[in-house]
Design a protein around this ligand. Sequence first.
Ligand code: GLP
Length: 242
Amino acid sequence: MEFIVAKDYDEMSRLAADKIAACLKAKPTCVLGLATGSTPIGLYAQLVRDFEAGEISFADAATFNLDEYRGLSPEHDQSYRYFMEQNLFGKVDVEPSRTHVPDGANPDHEAACAAYEQAIAQVGGIDLQLLGLGHNGHIGFNEPADDFPVDTHLVGLTESTIQANSRLFDSIDDVPREAYTMGIGTIMKARSILVVASGADKADIVKRAFFGPVTPQVPASVLQLHPDVTVIVDAEAGAQCA
Ligand code: GLP
């Protein structure tokens, strides 16, 4: 594992965007696993600038997002599909039919999840998976549990995640209680993994996830077992790891 402490959010975003840009340059047909949340917004903005400067192209790439709320349509302004359209897909040359987000509008969770796993397998797997980190160590929506879920599946969100994500909705009652997420197995199959975390409120979980014991109670800790992981945090999030 490579653990990098950037001086601030902008440097973290730049370094993380550089990793993704390098993947696109080395293999224009690369398959990117993407994440939502506040943390990657800066790195997506940087990738858009790189695209506008003619340095990178997504024209031959494919993308798979980690997760999506169950019950939200792609047009809902809090759906992860909408987030991706606003922050990246709508601003670069990615081919829309090669962008994938779990189908939150499909109430048949078994069909939605199986189709997602199949689509990832069909393109030969994910080359580089980007991850944010939840305050409880969740990755995607894999919440602390007794074991590591393997494949894309339906999850009930924990109270703390509902609380954390309610800042983006009109009221806490509007936050969906369920989501579709790649499993830990899906994530671990990616050939490379890039984790970003920022802010003092992530300092404790960054330390537990990457320097504590590997346990499904801290889902991100499993990444310590992956052969190609880069973690990029800002100084505040890395404060307990000096
Ligand atoms: C959400 C997402 C995760 C994300 C996490 C952290 O619950 N499902 O994929 O990594 O929150 O988000 P943020 O970057 O806003 O702290």
